[in-house]
Design a protein around this ligand. Structure first.
Ligand code: FES
Ligand SMILES: [Fe+2]
Length: 291
């Protein structure tokens, strides 16, 4: 989200920590290093960093105090629902206003994980899951089998960071910037949902980590594969189209693409994205520091 590479490591307590990926000394990739005594050690000259990015040891001058400029930045991290969440603001002490869809913490559900990586910008990937008009084309063999091509009245709402779309007895809900869930809006005994997160790897690649959740046939583990494979099949149908989109990120002004009524939820997303891009905090300066 902020155009920086991060390194994650577990300390002695098993907690996950996140630092800027490149060592402040000579820029070596800290993810090539190792963890010693719960500290992350750079692979090049062995400098060691603790959870908050403080450099605690410089082996070439063990008896001198560690200078201030040897420290690096850390990011707040949280581990929930089997996923590691990093808040991309190095000035924040902890993740603010973090919320998960309640289904993920509800023990009634069994979660079957799946993942995919697309050569597409994060914004294009998110827009593909907010798109109702593509269902009858891209997903005609799976979830779009019974979808109509005409979208006469699209019901959706957009409030703060949340966009909810009601379509054909299902609801699709997106919590900006990184979570989405698809579930039936009618209550039935057997419940199934599809949950997806979006992680930008760089300008060209996005990682999709998801769970297919169900509250039935919970104790037959090999069924997990069937559910997650189905979700992957649906994603697979999208992949080549979304990877083909140009420009790679969505353009920076609405008028640079043509919008119709069915694109309402995507326009709501674009507003959130444009707001994020023009935010004041978290500016990255040329020397690689985040101010
Ligand atoms: S580059 Fe990391 S210790 Fe020198
Ligand atoms: Fe799709």
């Amino acid at each position: 989200m902020i155009g920086r590479n991060l390194v994650l490591f577990r300390d002695n307590q098993g907690r996950v920590n996140s630092l800027l990926a490149y060592c402040p000394h000579r820029g070596a990739d800290l993810s090539l290093g190792c963890v010693e005594d719960g500290k992350l050690m750079c692979p090049y000259h062995g400098w060691k960093f603790d959870q908050d990015g403080t450099c605690v040891e410089i082996p070439s001058q063990p008896h001198k105090p560690v200078p201030k400029f040897a420290h690096t930045k850390s990011f707040p991290v949280r581990e929930e629902a089997g996923i590691i969440w990093v808040f991309p603001d190095p000035n924040a002490k902890e993740i603010q206003n973090f919320q998960l869809f309640p289904e993920l913490k509800d023990s009634k559900y069994r979660l079957a994980p799946y993942q995919a990586q697309w050569n597409a910008h994060y914004t294009r990937v998110v827009e593909s899951v907010l798109d109702v008009a593509h269902l009858s084309f891209v997903h005609k063999k799976t979830i779009g089998k019974n979808s109509k091509t005409e979208i006469s009245q699209l019901q959706y709402s957009h409030k703060e960071d949340r966009i909810i779309i009601y379509n054909d007895g299902a609801s699709l809900e997106f919590w900006y910037p990184q979570q989405w869930i698809l579930k039936p809006s009618v209550q039935s005994k057997n419940k199934f949902f599809n949950y997806v997160t979006f992680t930008p790897i760089d300008e060209e690649q996005t990682l999709i980590l998801g769970y297919a959740g169900r509250n039935f046939v919970k104790f037959i583990p090999f069924l997990d594969r069937i559910f997650s494979n189905y979700s992957l099949k649906v994603l697979d149908e999208d992949q080549s189209v979304v990877e083909s989109q140009h420009p790679r990120p969505i353009p920076e002004a609405l008028r640079m693409e043509a919008h119709v009524l069915a694109d309402g939820p995507q326009i709501a997303f674009r507003q959130l994205w444009f707001n994020f891009l023009s935010k004041e905090e978290g500016k990255v300066s040329l020397d690689g520091h985040i101010n």
